[in-house]
Design a protein around this ligand. Structure first.
Ligand code: AMP
Ligand code: GLY
Length: 428
């Protein structure tokens, strides 16, 4: 089997790792990949969004199966183009990827399907948006409808702050195309949960849920980032809660997408807020695997999950619950560069010891190997350090210990990944 993984971050390295574990004889390609994926296969120097070039490369390399990591190529129709050229693909069509690429569209789908989510309205013109904000309770949330690489949601304590955000996006073009339409919504309190499900458009298999850590600083302080760490499983996600998510969120959304003749197949990621009384509401849908959630979810699963990816891509899926249960707990700590998320420094030499331990996996996110063979930082999130263990608190301790041993100038990381779970375990 010849497999192409599209993307070049920690998520894609983790996908390559899982594919290679489950299919040791598979020939792997990553585009563009990174020094981590280069250890498992061949990197192709093609950007993840270069749709035509990727279709050509898939043909040249006789790719049987492609997994698309990031949202931008999915929104640009890469899955459609590869499928049209005869490659089996895990990833939704461009029409179905609108669930992530347009928050206004996702809100419309959820309203029609009766999926619980914050009350909201969408606007393309400033004056009606300002009028809505004047009548809205505080706090409130202003979101760019389009893809904004994690910068699109602004939590506003006051109506004045919300008006300023709406003005910046709609009138001043602060987020470009992504902010030409905005969603203004009610603020929801609670604890966030990432529920990733595999689906063929009808059936759903929920992967063990994870929790991301979006803020840069320990104790969930500082600016929002793409995610500073994740852990899996999350005890907040009881079987009863996940059953509710399946019935109230995932299945109605898939039915509505099918009714619209844009069936959704691939990974459906529901970013949820769980209120104090345990009610789930959708903050957003993503049309792909989460990053860094994937780096914590895949290593803890029993081997075999990538066979399910392939079956979904081929339209011949029989969901298997066994391989989708978390066998071990996993904690992923992100090592970021100084200056992340605004202006990460690049070029620092990385000292990555070989012998970090058998339960430690280091996924490359933003690294390059220079001409002399030295590994250097090359992006905001540099490495994702996943450690496995019998439970989340012990995996968390080992992840932090491994992170201490990896060094580069400007290393920026949180020692408190999984703190909510550790607090819950202590209280139990
Ligand atoms: P989104 O891009 O919609 O996932 O939003 C990014 C982050 O903003 C989420 O992970 C939450 O931390 C926060 N957020 C988004 N919407 C809301 C909301 N309605 N209430 C509270 N927090 C929110
Ligand atoms: N970890 C958040 C995301 O993948 O969107």
């Amino acid at each position: 089997m010849r497999v192409l993984v599209v993307g070049g971050g920690g998520r894609e390295h983790a996908l390559c790792w899982a594919l290679k574990r489950d299919h040791p004889h598979a020939t792997l390609f990553a585009a563009p990949g990174n020094p981590g994926t280069a250890q498992l296969g061949t990197n192709l120097a093609i950007a993840a969004t270069a749709v035509a070039d990727l279709v050509t490369a898939a043909r040249q390399h006789s790719i049987d199966f492609a997994v698309i990591g990031p949202e931008a190529p999915l929104a640009a129709g890469l899955a459609d183009a590869l499928r049209a050229a005869g490659t089996a693909v895990l990833g939704p069509s461009a029409a179905a990827a609108r669930l992530e690429a347009s928050k206004a569209f996702a809100k419309e789908v959820m309203a029609r399907a009766g999926v619980p989510t914050a009350a909201s309205r969408s606007f393309t013109a400033l004056d009606p948006a300002l009028a809505y904000i004047r009548s809205h309770a505080e706090p409130l949330v202003v979101k760019a409808s389009g893809l904004a690489a994690g910068k699109g949601a602004v939590l506003c304590d006051t109506r004045a702050a919300a008006a300023a955000s709406a003005r910046a996006m709609l009138a001043e073009g602060s987020l470009g195309e992504a902010g030409r339409e905005i969603v203004i919504e009610q603020f929801l309190a609670g604890e966030e949960l990432s529920v990733l499900a595999l689906t063929d458009g009808e059936r759903v298999a929920i992967l063990p849920p994870a929790q991301d850590h979006k803020r840069l600083g320990e104790g969930d302080t500082g600016p929002n980032t793409g995610g500073m760490g994740a852990y899996c499983p999350v005890s907040l996600a009881t079987p009863a809660l996940l059953e509710r998510v399946r019935r109230e969120v995932l299945e109605p959304t898939l039915r509505e997408m099918a009714v619209r003749r844009t069936p959704y197949a691939g990974v459906l990621y529901a970013g949820l807020m769980i209120s104090a009384d345990g009610t789930p509401s959708v903050l957003e849908f993503n049309c792909r695997f989460g990053d860094p959630e994937t780096q914590a979810i895949l290593p803890g699963l029993a081997p075999g999950v990538s066979a399910q990816f392939l079956d979904i891509a081929r339209g011949a899926w029989r969901p298997s619950r066994e391989v989708l249960a978390a066998e071990r707990a996993a904690v992923t700590t992100v090592l970021a560069a100084r200056g992340y998320p605004d202006a990460p420094e690049r070029g620092a030499a990385i000292d990555l010891p070989e012998n970090l331990g058998s339960d430690v996996l280091v996924f490359h996110a933003g690294t390059v190997r220079d001409l002399g063979g030295t590994l250097r930082t090359a992006g905001g999130r540099v490495l994702d350090v996943t450690t496995l263990g019998p439970d989340v608190p012990s995996a968390a301790r080992r992840s932090a210990a491994a992170c201490e041993r990896i060094t580069f100038d400007g290393k920026t990381w949180r020692r408190d990944i999984a703190w909510r779970e550790i607090r819950r375990a202590g209280a139990a």
